[in-house]
Design a protein around this ligand. Structure first.
Ligand code: DP6
Length: 325
């Protein structure tokens, strides 16, 4: 018996207020609320069907068979919810530079949550889809929605999920990703954030200030104030990276080229161009700016970086089912 196959497409998101630390590692309950922008350019397509002839789950990523043990633990959650015993065939195509700090796990688990739950015969409400995606990777809870999204930390499995802030934003903003290193990151976000929670003396201050950052950025988003949104996001990202440097043993995702980009953005700003940076668990820099200024910023980046390293994205949609080509 083979179930109907479903294909879902989910876009990645970039956090403007970062999720960095878990209260519950197994359930993936975060320490603080976070807020992100879902992007249009980077996405994952995932197809799932259940097949009673399979002895275990099989997983293909970009046409190559992978070890399915991690994904199987996620599929066990789907099977438990759907009261199903059958194994699944899972096929993903990533349109995101994998593990380059462009948060491919966010789009991956959001797409998998929708495709797998549908193939298992479930019709989950978006809140429950967000909760399920969260169990794969925390940031995936936010990729269920488009535009600006807040992940409300909650305090247990039922109360921790994302909500849309402005799902179909018509704000003409842009995110330029400067890809500095495509290789696997030195320390995964999972390991990095846990080390910070356990060892950084500044962690309590992070919780307090990210609450304040969240409240002020939400107001600035409503006011369409790019200068304020950018400044808050940039400061919040730097606080997250300062936590890493204050952990024991300390670590950093910055590469020399990362710092070069940060300096260039600061220089552009001093020349009157409204642009701000943010970074996740990797050396790549994302620059938030208005769509009108993006050409000018790209030109300046192109002096130091190859065109292939510069990717431009805009606000994107939430997870959806698509028909497979
Ligand atoms: C720096 O969602 O990848 O991108 O829940 O352990 O899978 P796990 O972590 P993950 O962490 C993302 C961290 C971040 C900030 C953010 O996206 O909020």
């Amino acid at each position: 018996m083979i179930s109907k196959a479903f294909t879902a497409r989910a876009h990645t998101n970039i956090a403007l207020i970062k999720y960095w630390g878990k209260k519950d590692q197994q359930l993936i309950i975060p320490m603080n609320n976070s807020l992100s922008l879902t992007l249009d350019h980077f996405y994952t397509d995932t197809t799932v069907y259940f097949d009673s002839s399979l002895k275990h789950d099989v997983f293909y990523l970009n046409d190559e068979e992978q070890d399915a043990s991690k994904i199987s633990r996620f599929m066990d959650l789907v099977r438990a919810q759907a009261e199903l015993k059958t194994f699944a065939h899972i096929e993903s195509v990533n349109h995101v530079p994998t593990t380059a700090g462009l948060a491919s796990s966010a789009s991956a688990y959001a797409a998998l949550a929708l495709a797998a739950s549908k193939a298992a015969g479930m019709q989950l409400a978006r809140q429950d889809l967000s909760r399920l995606a969260r169990r794969g990777s925390g940031s995936a809870s936010r990729s269920v929605y488009g535009g600006f999204v807040e992940w409300k930390r909650g305090n247990d499995d039922l109360s921790s999920f994302a909500v849309p802030i402005e799902e179909n934003t018509d704000w003409n903003i842009c995110m330029i990703a400067v890809v500095i290193d495509k290789n696997r990151k030195k320390i995964s976000s999972r390991v990095g954030m846990q080390r910070v929670v356990e060892t950084s003396p500044f962690y309590p201050a992070w919780i307090k200030s990210s609450e304040h950052d969240l409240a002020t950025i939400k107001k600035a988003i409503k006011e369409r104030n790019l200068k304020k949104v950018g400044a808050i996001a940039e400061e919040n990202a730097m606080k997250m990276h300062a936590l890493n440097m204050s952990a024991s043993p300390h670590f950093s995702y910055f590469e020399p080229a990362t710092i070069e980009v940060l300096h260039l953005v600061e220089l552009l700003r001093s020349e009157g161009i409204c642009c701000y940076y943010t970074l996740d668990a990797g050396p790549n820099v994302k620059i938030l700016c208005s769509a009108e200024d993006s050409e000018q910023i790209l030109k300046r980046l192109a002096v130091k970086f190859d065109k292939k390293q510069l990717l431009v994205a805009h606000p994107g949609p939430g997870v959806e089912l698509i028909s497979k080509k």
